[in-house]
Design a protein around this ligand. Structure first.
Ligand code: 6R9
Length: 636
């Protein structure tokens, strides 16, 4: 029996049980049968829970890029590895074959070496969604340098903090990047950030927009001439299973960003295995994940997971609303996409627009659609399922985190029956548990609690760069012996999981624990509402009361606000109970979001409390302008 592909529900349960009973055997077989290694492991894993130390595939030697590229060349050399869809639909898409990818990565690897980068050095990559981003990431992995990709939308100060934290020796950037009708001057952002970073010795610059840049003598070098001179083959560095592969900073709505460290072998095994199963990928499929490579979703499911499976993966430079709101649908049709993976925030934004944008398209090619990043509310789930999936493609609601490296809880297409808003069942090898306030494991079904994982898995982050104590404190102390996710969840009558949101999103009103997510879901069902966010504010009688920030659909904008307020509260009363009624409702144009689409509730909470003095770091917001508007419209 091959462990790599889950075939049906019976097979899933069998595999799941096996993975819990004999985790060593389970992962051993997957790792052994599906990858190439320079040297096999002595032990499948070795843990010290107390110290939060985890090793997988102990003493194995490998290079992940040999598994992503070289081993496919015989069979799939001329197959397209990457389809690049530019921001501007009039610019031609590029198809990069596995043979070409090999050569590009080899050249880049040789350039990095020549420029003084050695195994273990950290390289910051600050690039738009262009093929060079993928190539730079893979070239780092090829020579054993640790990549730290920073989303090319972060400000100079956010970039500087991250570069300094991991002491990057080099930055790879571009003159600029396109996003919709905007041009972003990435190089000048890097220049500004480097005033405060003495660790950076070299900056390699990709030409994308042709915009004017200032090149600093002795530090900045155009990449293309170096690539033109470089050799097109490269012998991959031999890496230990536990050598760091990359650092990725979490979006972190509070505190200093955490540089999550992922290592080589475990990350490879998990991302490959989960990609294959969660997207039901078959040899000639075209797969598209709309995330940015600057996030974990892009690392694991645009690059590593797909390439490890010899897949064709789309890299999209643009945004869903440019040149108009049909861009996603056009790209699906154009490249005959078979698997489409996006975020609830994008779905809600597109669902807000006229259905004409989507109705022109048929999506015959689509087989599986996926969601990631936050809980998907019921209305968005149905819209996505009906309009994009045509009620025919399984919708996989995938729950996971930067820290988990790969997907943890998700339906498997054509295997697990889907249920709206439920991430459903854990993948084999993953052991979720729900915990109560007294740190006891909650048994049985139809229960809610804090979501923990009770047994390690290969792609878990190993530490926070430079701060192992913080790693221990954040993830392994709240529930000793278990990994605490920070999320709350409920388990329904058949054992399906529904992630209800961050645990700190629970508000206690008159002694009742109210999760914000179900209330928001409820509000979003109102036909005039596009999106909502609920926070608590101190209340003399109730302890806390609820404050709702609500975005209306275009069709709802002219409605009488008093009537709407009444209708929304009536809906909540009927569906959840009068206890969950909102004391204040403010209609807003936008909600403050992190660049990965998560609502920054911290800011809304401050506004609700009337505390305008201390918003903390807002430089990572996608839409800082909405903060002012919300402040001005605050309800006393
Ligand atoms: C992959 C990614 C992680 C947090 C996570 C949770 C939320 C992600 C979700 C989901 C409900 C899903 N989250 N997927 N909540 N359903 N399918 O997003 O990583 O940026 O680290 O965020 O996102 O709260 O804890 P990251």
């Amino acid at each position: 029996m091959s462990y790599y592909k889950i075939k049906d529900l019976e097979n899933y349960f069998k595999m799941y049980k096996k993975s819990v009973r004999e985790p060593r055997k389970f992962w051993d077989k997957i790792a052994d049968e599906n990858f190439i290694w320079y040297q096999q492991w002595d032990k499948v894993f070795e843990f010290n829970m107390e110290e939060a130390q985890f090793k997988w595939f102990v003493n194995a030697k490998l290079n992940i890029t040999k598994n992503c590229i070289d081993r496919h060349l015989n069979k799939r050399g001329d197959k397209t590895a990457i389809i690049f869809e530019p921001n501007n639909p009039d610019e031609e898409a590029q198809h990069i074959t596995y043979n070409e990818l090999y050569e590009k990565v080899a050249k880049m690897a040789n350039v990095l070496k020549e420029q003084g980068i050695k195994k273990g050095d950290r390289v910051c990559i600050y690039l738009p969604m262009i093929p060079e981003l993928a190539i730079a990431v893979l070239a780092c992995a090829r020579i054993g340098a640790v990549h730290s990709v920073i989303f090319a939308g972060f400000s100079a100060s956010a970039v500087a903090t991250r570069i300094n934290d991991s002491e990057c020796k080099m930055v790879i950037t571009s003159d600029g990047g396109y996003r919709g009708n905007k041009v972003i001057d990435l190089k000048s952002i890097v220049d500004e950030s480097l005033f405060n970073c003495s660790c950076v010795e070299k900056v390699l610059v990709v030409k994308r927009t042709g915009g004017n840049v200032i090149m600093k003598e002795g530090r900045d070098i155009w990449l293309q001439p170096l690539l033109d001179e470089a050799l097109g083959n490269h012998v991959a560095e031999i890496m230990d299973a536990e050598d760091p592969l990359f650092i990725l900073y979490t979006s972190g709505s509070t505190g200093k960003p955490k540089g999550m460290v992922h290592t080589t072998a475990g990350y490879m095994v998990s991302t490959a295995y989960t990609f294959k199963n969660v997207f039901s990928y078959e040899e000639d499929d075209v797969y598209w994940c709309t995330a940015d490579i600057g996030w974990i979703t892009g690392h694991s499911y645009i690059l590593y997971g797909p390439l490890l499976n010899g897949a064709t993966t789309v890299i999209f430079e643009g945004i869903p609303s440019y040149p108009d709101h049909s861009r996603f649908w056009e790209v699906i049709e154009k490249h005959k996409v078979n698997q489409f993976y996006t975020a609830p925030t994008a779905i809600r934004a597109l669902a807000k627009e006229s259905v004409e944008y989507i109705q022109r398209f048929q999506f015959k090619s689509l087989k599986v659609i996926g969601s990631v990043g936050e809980p998907i509310n019921e209305e968005a789930w149905h819209w996505y399922n009906d309009h994009v999936g045509g009620k025919r493609c399984p919708l996989v609601d995938t729950w996971w985190q930067t820290e988990t490296g790969g997907i943890m809880i998700s339906p498997i297409p054509f295997v697990t029956p889907t249920k709206p808003t439920y991430a459903s069942l854990p993948l084999p090898g993953i052991q979720p548990v729900l915990m109560d306030e007294l740190r006891n494991e909650i048994e049985g079904n139809q229960v809610t609690g804090s979501l923990c994982i009770k047994f390690p898995w290969p792609s878990m982050a190993r530490t926070i760069w430079g701060d192992h104590q913080r790693y221990k404190d954040t993830y392994f102390t709240a529930f000793p012996g278990k990994y605490f996710t920070g999320d709350g969840a409920l388990r329904d009558e058949v054992g399906y999981y529904r992630i209800t949101g961050r645990v700190d999103d629970v508000i206690i009103v008159s002694g009742h624990n109210l999760g914000t997510a179900p209330i928001e879901d409820n509000i979003n069902e109102h036909p005039a509402v596009a999106e909502s966010a609920i926070v608590g504010f101190p209340h003399d009688v109730k302890g806390n009361a609820l404050y709702g920030f609500i975005i209306l659909k275009e069709s709802g904008e002219n409605r009488d606000k008093e009537n709407l307020t009444r209708e929304i509260n009536q809906l909540i009363s009927e569906q959840i109970g009068p206890i969950a009624k909102l004391d204040k409702i403010q209609f807003v144009k936008g909600l403050p979001k992190t660049r990965s689409g998560k609502i920054m509730r911290r800011i809304l909470r401050k506004i609700a409390e009337g505390d305008f003095a201390n918003f903390g770091d807002t430089s990572t917001l996608l839409n800082p302008e909405c903060v002012e508007e919300i402040k001005n419209g605050r309800i006393e």
